[in-house]
Design a protein around this ligand. Structure first.
Ligand SMILES: [Zn+2]
Length: 91
């Protein structure tokens, strides 16, 4: 068993989904993780117990409401990373 921040799952999933819909954004690991870190520093953590990756704590509907805040924070983070990407330039 381990303690995990449930927001990591929520943010990762939401970042993947948002990046998929945006053709203009870089999808390298550096940019993705920078976006995730920015968002996770701005939203309150929700710690849960997992067992080999399986979530053992029940997530209530109200927790899911958080996703709205998460998406707003991702939109902000995406812009920050887009303006100042830290990845190695490929071209
Ligand atoms: Zn990148």
């Amino acid at each position: 068993m381990e303690i995990k921040n449930y927001m990591e799952f929520v943010v990762q999933e939401a970042v993947e989904r948002i990046l998929e819909g945006r053709k203009d954004l870089c999808k390298c690991d550096q940019c993705k993780m920078d976006i995730m870190a920015l968002v996770l520093n701005r939203v309150p953590p929700r710690y849960i117990v997992t067992n080999k990756g399986r979530i053992m704590t029940k997530i209530s509907e109200t927790e899911i409401q958080f996703q709205v805040d998460v998406i707003r924070e991702i939109v902000v983070a995406v812009e920050i990373v887009r303006m100042k990407p830290r990845h190695q330039k490929q071209e």
